[in-house]
Ligand binder design. Structure first.
Ligand SMILES: Nc1nc2c(c(=O)[nH]1)N[C@H]1C(S)=C(S)[C@@H](COP(=O)(O)OP(=O)(O)OC[C@H]3O[C@@H](n4cnc5c(=O)[nH]c(N)nc54)[C@H](O)[C@@H]3O)O[C@H]1N2
Ligand SMILES: Nc1nc2c(c(=O)[nH]1)N[C@H]1C(S)=C(S)[C@@H](COP(=O)(O)OP(=O)(O)OC[C@H]3O[C@@H](n4cnc5c(=O)[nH]c(N)nc54)[C@H](O)[C@@H]3O)O[C@H]1N2
Ligand SMILES: [Mo]
Length: 703
């Protein structure tokens, strides 16, 4: 029996995975979290939690956690550190950034973050007030292309309205039951399936969803835009569009229809490998069953056709009359409280500084939402082109693992960057290369407004469960303090909790009141375009995008072959005959995280690459063999998993693999890191600079 204080249960919102958002109760005993229970009343997660939540308990006190601010002593990557008091650490960072700004301009400091987490508003606030337009994120190829396309079309992102039971769900490049991404949790799709929705899945790989689907379109990686245009071809030719919507709410339909002439099902079959009759059948079901919803994921976006695929999919939703209708794809709008852009102080960045955003003259769509493709930052660091970048300040990104062309990233972080600051919860191969390391608190260790950055319309109180370990501080608190030290004390808060009050004020509550509440919601309003049109010059949904033409891009969506594909020359294909898709989400791990957890590692100890038994047999590879995967950028090792759920011409490899047990400073970062094989260089998606993470070429050989 445990002694001391009796157990208490604190209601909060899990963020054991980066996107988080599941309602939980955490049992606390003697000041320590001891168990996590699902909150069955949470309207987004509906009683779901996953094993990463439970593993959070064992990671709280893992020996690799960063507990103190530290400064590097000795050479980069040597692994020698000296502890610093917080005030000194932030003082050093502020002093150095201010000096660089005075000498080279604020734009020569690039802030950065990884996947969507809830402190970003503070990071943008600091960057914008400091005066740099450059914030490097994974947004060029993850989710943000959808946001940017919607913005260009005069709307906000439409998400599946699961609470009104779609009669058909088209799941496209989304491993939803496992990935539980940004805006939603897989439980909602699971419940919709249990209630008997018709299911169509577009995915190169078999999974639990394709097993349950009425139709599985096993697409060739990187060809989604062609497939979407093929379905639109059928829908338009067969007159299955919502005529009223086309007539009243679109422009450019004739040009669009002519473009679709290029994508009849037989042509699309040759491009995508999906049989023409399946394309026709999927188009007919999706267009005629009402309401139908589209659940899409990054499988669509991580290739050179990213924006065109996203655009084609939005048109698919809209032209079939499924936009902003109950049970279709709904624009939920911003959650209660202060609009995020206001908190982030986007207006504080002067136009002259905004114009200096790296790559803005080239990746024009990305620039409309302040998103940058990585190579432009690396080019600036390496060649001073168009101006030198001297410092990187990166919060919550194990960039060495997550960014494309990892060897180049290593070169930059270990040799080329003048001043590198990293804030993380754990020691990682990336933090090992920093000049100053800042220890971040976990989600259990601070109060926050959960899901404020999402677009499902809810916000929840994330109540602090325990005090931070060591000297760790939440990212919010770190950034708040950094903002003050950089000379913007009047724009930040003396006490962090005051910033929560500031956000909540327009909703009419204080943090102390909100923390007792289950949630606040802005209820969805349907069919908004019927009353207010679209926020485009025409007030309608433009199918021919003049803005795109003005930028020198194709104004209509289309398809181009990925830079590496079976269309390449024979000499190339002889060396790299297999199509490689990377990063399909796995249950145990989020990005490169959680490899430190003994519980999670036990059931998934090694990096896996899936290949078809025929492809394996041709290479003398047996299930469980260690193999080497090669691309023109290099090679990595993984364990082969023989799997007939991928095409014999396709292999699927996990991402994010490093080995905390191998110890600092190297942690075996390059051995199995699939991003050693991916590329950051053009040709990329013209609008966003999206990189090819799904759809490049490789060879696999037995070790
Ligand atoms: N080949 C390939 N590469 C990919 C992808 C792919 O599919 N294939 N996916 C891409 C996508 S979609 C994305 S979004 C990116 C993700 O890119 P990143 O988000 O950079 O991914 P991670 O490497 O997991 O790095 C997250 C880091 O944040 C730390 N961390 C966790 N919580 C906190 C916190 O609260 N505060 C702080 N300061 N640190 C924290 C973790 O310890 C970890 O080191 O990866 C991309 N890379
Ligand atoms: N457990 C766990 N959850 C996560 C993450 C994690 O690392 N682990 N990462 C988070 C992040 S950052 C993100 S962005 C989301 C992503 O979540 P999802 O959007 O679901 O992303 P993925 O699992 O990478 O890929 C989705 C599906 O695309 C398929 N696919 C691969 N190539 C192609 C292709 O060329 N075309 C099509 N149509 N499909 C393809 C894959 O087989 C996979 O089933 O998940 C988030 N949630
Ligand atoms: Mo992502």
């Amino acid at each position: 029996m445990s002694m001391g204080k009796p157990q208490e249960r604190i209601r909060t919102i899990c963020r054991a995975c980066g996107h988080g958002g599941c309602g939980v109760y955490v049992a606390v005993e003697n000041g320590q979290p001891v168990k996590i229970h699902a909150d069955w009343d949470n309207p987004v997660s509906k009683g779901y939690t996953c094993k990463k939540a439970h593993a959070a308990l064992e990671l709280q006190h893992h020996p690799d956690r960063l507990l103190h601010p530290m400064q590097r002593v000795g050479a980069r990557g040597e692994g020698k550190w000296q502890r610093l008091p917080w005030d000194d650490a932030l003082g050093i960072v502020a002093e150095r950034l201010s000096r660089i700004k005075a000498e080279s301009g604020a734009e020569s400091v690039v802030f950065g973050h990884g996947t969507g987490r809830d402190f970003h508003r503070f990071l943008y606030r600091v960057a914008n007030l400091f005066g740099t337009p450059n914030v490097l994120t994974p947004g060029h190829m993850c989710y943000l292309p959808r946001i940017a396309v919607c913005k260009a079309l005069g709307m906000d992102i439409p998400l599946v309205d699961y609470d009104n039971q779609p009669k058909c769900v088209l799941v496209w490049g989304s491993n939803h039951l496992i990935s539980n991404p940004d805006e939603n949790k897989g439980i909602n799709l699971a419940k919709t399936m249990q209630a008997g929705t018709r299911l169509i899945v577009v995915d190169p790989r078999r999974n639990r969803l394709t097993d349950k689907a009425e139709l599985w379109l096993q697409v060739r990686p990187g060809t989604d835009s062609a497939l979407a245009l093929g379905m639109l071809h059928v829908i338009v030719k067969e007159g299955l569009c919502d005529r009223e919507f086309v007539a009243n709410h679109t422009t450019g339909f004739d040009q669009f229809r002519r473009r679709l002439d290029d994508y009849p099902p037989d042509v699309v079959e040759r491009i995508t490998w999906v049989p023409a009759e399946k394309i026709v059948a999927a188009a007919r079901i999706y267009a005629t069953i009402k309401p139908a919803a589209l659940q899409w994921g990054v499988g669509v976006e991580q290739n050179v056709n990213c924006v065109d695929a996203d655009r084609a999919l939005i048109y698919l939703v809209a032209l079939t009359g499924n936009l902003d209708v109950p049970g279709g794809n709904v624009i939920f709008g911003i959650p209660p409280g202060l609009p995020r852009a206001k908190f982030s102080s986007f207006d504080a960045l002067p136009e002259t500084q905004r114009a200096k955003m790296l790559g803005a003259d080239r990746y024009r769509l990305g620039a409309t939402i302040n998103r940058i493709t990585p190579h432009v930052v690396w080019d600036a660091i390496e060649h001073g082109d168009p101006y030198p970048v001297r410092s990187l300040v990166v919060f919550a990104s194990n960039s060495l693992m997550a960014r494309e062309n990892a060897r180049r990233v290593y070169e930059i972080l270990s040799k080329r960057i003048e001043f590198f600051v990293a804030a993380d919860i754990f020691r990682t191969p990336t933090t090992e290369l920093a000049d100053v390391v800042l220890p971040a608190a976990t989600w259990l260790e601070h109060d926050n407004i959960a899901d404020y950055w999402k677009v499902h319309g809810y916000i929840f109180p994330r109540n602090k469960v325990v005090e931070p370990a060591g000297e760790a501080r939440s990212d919010h608190v770190i950034l708040n303090e950094l903002g003050r030290k950089l000379g913007f004390a009047d724009q930040f808060w003396e006490h962090y909790e005051d910033s929560l009050d500031y956000i909540l004020a327009p909703a009419g509550v204080t943090w102390q009141q909100f923390k007792q509440m289950p949630w606040l919601q802005n209820k969805p309003v349907y069919r908004k375009h019927e009353r207010q049109g679209f926020r485009s010059a025409s007030g309608k949904l433009d199918l021919y995008l003049q803005q795109y033409a003005d930028w020198g891009y194709d104004p209509l969506p289309g398809f181009v072959e990925p830079p590496e594909s079976p269309a390449r020359e024979p000499e190339f294909l002889e060396q790299y005959p297999l199509i490689l898709t990377t990063g399909t989400r796995i249950f145990n791990y989020f990005g490169s995280e959680h490899r430190q957890s003994p519980t999670l590692r036990k059931t998934h100890p090694d990096p896996l690459v899936e290949l078809h038994p025929e492809a394996a047999a041709a290479r003398g590879i047996a299930d469980g063999d260690w193999v080497r995967i090669r691309s023109p950028r290099g090679e990595v090792r993984m364990r082969a998993r023989l799997f007939d759920g991928v095409d014999p011409r396709v292999v699927s490899a996990e991402f994010g693999w490093w080995f905390p047990e191998k110890g600092p400073p190297d942690y075996g970062w390059s051995e199995s890191n699939i991003n050693v094989l991916t590329d950051d260089a053009p040709p990329l998606d013209p609008g966003m600079g999206a990189t090819n993470l799904k759809g490049l070429m490789c060879e696999v050989v037995k070790e």
